[in-house]
Write a protein of this length. Structure first.
Length: 174
């Protein structure tokens, strides 16, 4: 498939929505590394105007993720937190998909470009919806773990597999 030609103008207003769990698990399973969110932010912006950058994160009772959240805020990324749900029998769940969709639709009123930082195929319908409303929609994720449908419907796709600059030190073993 030929690479799509996408124009990125410096006066475009951009919102970046980061599905932290999706990126974290992809980087860990593919490379046993962490994501360099500062480089991801720079790649997505491509010199354009940032209106909002939001990271959708999950908190645990232990609170060990606090330094990570502070690091994201330090580079200009807002944090939206959701508590990890633990069910009887040990199952755990934390899903931000609906929150990301609602924010994307809300932000589409005031931005030209929505960047979804996730490889989750559940966002295909959202991308179609936003594009039908005249928004440019870009996706950033690890290509090897990204839905092929999501790549196909996006106006542009930045594959984090293509450069080591998107990765940080190895994840410590538990």
């Amino acid at each position: 498939m030929a690479k799509k030609k996408v124009f990125k103008y410096k006066d475009q207003r951009v919102a970046i929505l980061i599905d932290v769990q999706n990126l974290y698990h992809s980087a860990r399973s593919l490379y046993n590394k962490r994501v360099n969110f500062n480089e991801v932010l720079k790649a997505g912006l491509a010199g354009r105007q940032l209106v909002r950058a939001v990271a959708y994160v999950v908190t645990t009772k232990a609170g060990t993720e606090k330094p990570f959240f502070e690091a994201l805020e330090k580079i200009g990324i807002e944090i939206r937190e959701r508590q990890l749900q633990e069910f009887y029998g040990g199952a755990k769940k934390a899903n931000w998909d609906v929150g990301i969709v609602v924010d994307a639709i809300r932000f589409a009123e005031v931005v030209d470009v929505i960047i979804i930082v996730s490889g989750d195929g559940d966002f295909v319908s959202l991308v179609d919806y936003l594009k039908n409303r005249g928004r440019q929609v870009e996706v950033i994720a690890f290509g090897r773990s990204t839905s092929s449908q999501l790549i196909e419907v996006a106006d542009d796709f930045i594959d984090l597999d293509e450069s080591k600059k998107y990765l940080l030190a190895s994840v410590p073993k538990k």
